[in-house]
Structure formats: structure tokens, C-alpha cells
Ligand binder design. Structure first.
Ligand code: HXC
Ligand code: NAP
Length: 291
């Protein structure tokens, strides 16, 4: 029997496609890139650390037999983003999809932040996603080629969240860009969607969001109604589907994959899950007698 830990799409579901994944050398970007390769795609991975990218590329090629182009690029710099796209076209002859996955984030009370701290996170998350989407979108429109953009946001893009305000502000902007361009660029056969993952453990995120012993007190898994963190494969399955032509009629949406986490925080009485089963008889008596 298949489970959420298994690869979902049919073999060769992404054959012939070339996908650019920003921040593809680590964490979730690495996991989804590996799955795209297994499904027959070529992958371009970018980030600031070339040594990390090159090692990841070697390991992913050995694991999947696919082709990976590792290119150093800071998503905040438009000229570097354009250079990646030019090199990608030279190397593979085409780029069919973009995953805006690169991010910067850390927890902090907002009053402790400098303007530079906001600039760093917003530069990576919002301006970085804009730079890649704009540069590749212009190229696709010029060449009359269809394209697909998937941006990795998070559920606090619409709820907001204390202590990660630069990230929340930037992710909200990425979601607005996604929904706006999904309409504006549909006529060019460019499709844009987003995914909003709940907690999927990665070193990059956990070191910055629940460092040290904080995890014992604020383990993100404890907030998830289904009682566990996400598995990288289940997110990769969703992302591969959204990057493939199987999802051709999904445009401008944001798919939440969080085990119900954000809704648990939202519902007024959700905390009553803590009421023991045997107490409900007594509570029922009280509510029935409230005439
Ligand atoms: C306060 C901080 C800080 C901190 C940096 N700054 N870290 N302020 N608390 N912990 C300030 C610096 O003092 C500086 O301000 C400014 O931010 C830029 O810092 P730099 O170190 O120069 O920036 P840079 O080298 O560009 O690094 C960017 C970074 C770093 C975001 C700070 O953490 C990074 O490289 N992150 C990349 C990977 C990452 O964050 N992954 C996790 C994504 S998880 P001044 O004023 O001196 O200029 C994620 C999950 C979302 O997004 C949802 C989870 C459920
Ligand atoms: P991660 O491993 O830290 O990934 C972030 C990547 O972004 C790194 O590879 C980093 O590489 C790259 N990056 C950072 N700044 C960059 C820049 N200026 N230019 C180019 N690349 C840059 O963390 P992750 O958990 O996998 O996060 C991946 C995505 O998922 C992010 O968008 C994050 O917001 C989102 N997300 C994660 C979770 C979760 O639970 N893990 C939940 C919701 C959303 P370099 O440092 O080499 O540049």
C-alpha cells in the first residue's frame, strides 16, 4: 500500500522539462529538486554558496542519473539572476519552470531589528522572488514560451506572525505577486501558484526558528492536529504536481500543506481539544441547563 512517504507521480512525468530552483542546494529545495530529477527533469540550482551547490549537484546526479547545473547567484541581485537564466538556456536550451524557494528568516522581537535586518529578509524572499519571476517571465514572453512559477510561502503569509515580521511581510508580498501575475500573464501561458507548508524540519529553518533548547518548549510539531511534522516527499509530490502539466488548470492558487496547523491556531475554541473525554458529560449537563 502506498503512503504519503512514497513518490506519487508516474515515471517521466517531468521528462523534457528544465526547472530552476532557487536555494536548491539545501533543505526543501534540495528534496524537491531530487524528485524533479527522478521524474525526468533537468534541474538548475542556485544559491550564494557554490561549494554547497556543487556537492549537492554531484550527490543528486549520482542518486537520480539526472542532469544538474549548479550556479552561484544571490537572488537579491537582478544581474546575477539574469546571468543564471542565460546560462541555463545555453546549457539546457530551455527553462520551463521556476521554484521561488530561497529564503532568509530568523526569530526576533521586531523592536530589536535594524532596518538592515528587514532589508536582508525582504531582499531574499520578496525582491528575490520578484527578480527571478520577472527575469524569466520576460524571457518566456519574448520567446513565446509557456512557463510555470511556484513560490514557497507559508501560512503566516495571510495570518501574519509575531517574531518573524520581516518574513511574514515578504511572504505576503510573494503571495500577492503570485495571484496578480496568475491573471496578468495567463495570456502568455505562464501559470503561477504557491504552496504554504507547515513545519517540515530542515537544518536551515530549525537553526534559525527553534535554536537550541527552544525546540523542547516550542516544538512546531506539537501545533499540528495530525500530530506530526511534514515529510519532505509529500511536499515534493505536491510541488512536482504543480510544476507538471497535470495541474494545467490550477492557476493563482496557494495550496496549504500543514496538517491543519494554521486552522488549529485560528478557531476560537480549538484549544478545547485539551478537555479530557470524561469531562464532556459534565460540560454537556452544564450547557443543557443554561436555559
Ligand atoms: C537580529 C539579525 C539577526 C538575528 C542577522 N541580523 N541575523 N538581527 N537577529 N538573528 C541582521 C544583521 O545584524 C544585519 O543588520 C542584517 O540582519 C543582515 O545580516 P547579515 O548576516 O549581513 O545578512 P546575510 O548574510 O545576507 O544573511 C541573511 C540572513 C541569514 C537571513 C540573516 O539568516 C541567512 O543567510 N539565511 C538564509 C537561510 C535561511 O534563513 N533559511 C531559513 C528559512 S526558514 P545590520 O543592521 O547590521 O545591517 C523559513 C520558514 C518559514 O523561511 C516558515 C516556517 C514554518
Ligand atoms: P533552507 O535549507 O535554509 O533553504 C533556504 C535556501 O535559500 C538555502 O539554500 C540558501 O542558500 C538560499 N538562500 C538564502 N539567501 C539566498 C540568496 N540571497 N540568494 C540565493 N539563495 C539564497 O530552508 P528550508 O526550510 O529548506 O526553506 C525552503 C523554503 O521553504 C523557504 O522559502 C522557506 O520559507 C519555506 N518554508 C519552509 C518551512 C519549513 O518548515 N522548513 C515551512 C514553510 C515554508 P545559501 O545560504 O547558500 O544562499
Amino acid at each position: 500500500m502506498f503512503t504519503y512517504k512514497d513518490p506519487m507521480l508516474r515515471d517521466d512525468a517531468m521528462k523534457g522539462k528544465t526547472i530552476l530552483v532557487t536555494g536548491g542546494g539545501t533543505g526543501l529545495g534540495r528534496s524537491m529538486s531530487t524528485y524533479f530529477l527522478q521524474l525526468g527533469a533537468n534541474v538548475i540550482i542556485t544559491s550564494r554558496k557554490l561549494d554547497v551547490l556543487e556537492e549537492t549537484a554531484r550527490e543528486m546526479e549520482a542518486e537520480t542519473g539526472g542532469k544538474v547545473l549548479a550556479l552561484q547567484s544571490d537572488v537579491r541581485k537582478y544581474d546575477q539572476v539574469e546571468a543564471v537564466i542565460n546560462k541555463g538556456y545555453e546549457h539546457f536550451g530551455r527553462i520551463d519552470g521556476l521554484v521561488n524557494n530561497a529564503a532568509g528568516n530568523f526569530i526576533s522581537p521586531t523592536e530589536r531589528l535594524s532596518s538592515g535586518a528587514f532589508e536582508a529578509v525582504i531582499g531574499i524572499v520578496l525582491q528575490g522572488s520578484i527578480n527571478n519571476t520577472l527575469a524569466l517571465g520576460k524571457r518566456w514572453i519574448k520567446e513565446g514560451q509557456p512557463g510555470t512559477v511556484l513560490s514557497v510561502v507559508t501560512t503566516y503569509a495571510w495570518t501574519g506572525s509575531a517574531f518573524v515580521v520581516p518574513s511574514a511581510t515578504a511572504k505576503a508580498g510573494v503571495l500577492a505577486m503570485t495571484r496578480s501575475l496568475a491573471v496578468e500573464w495567463a495570456k502568455y501561458k505562464i501559470r503561477l501558484n504557491a504552496v504554504a507548508p507547515g513545519p517540515f524540519p530542515t537544518k536551515g529553518a530549525w537553526d534559525r526558528l527553534v535554536p537550541g533548547d527552544l525546540q523542547k518548549v516550542f516544538d512546531p510539531e506539537n501545533k499540528v492536529p495530525v500530530g506530526r511534522a511534514g515529510e519532505h516527499q509529500e511536499l515534493s509530490n505536491l510541488c512536482a504536481y504543480l510544476m507538471s502539466d497535470f495541474s494545467a488548470y490550477i492557476n493563482g492558487d496557494c495550496i496549504t500543506i500543514d496538517g491543519g496547523e494554521w486552522l488549529k491556531g485560528a478557531g476560537q475554541f480549538n484549544a478545547m481539544s485539551a478537555v479530557p473525554a470524561e469531562m464532556w458529560d459534565m460540560i454537556e449537563q452544564m450547557t443543557r441547563s443554561a436555559k
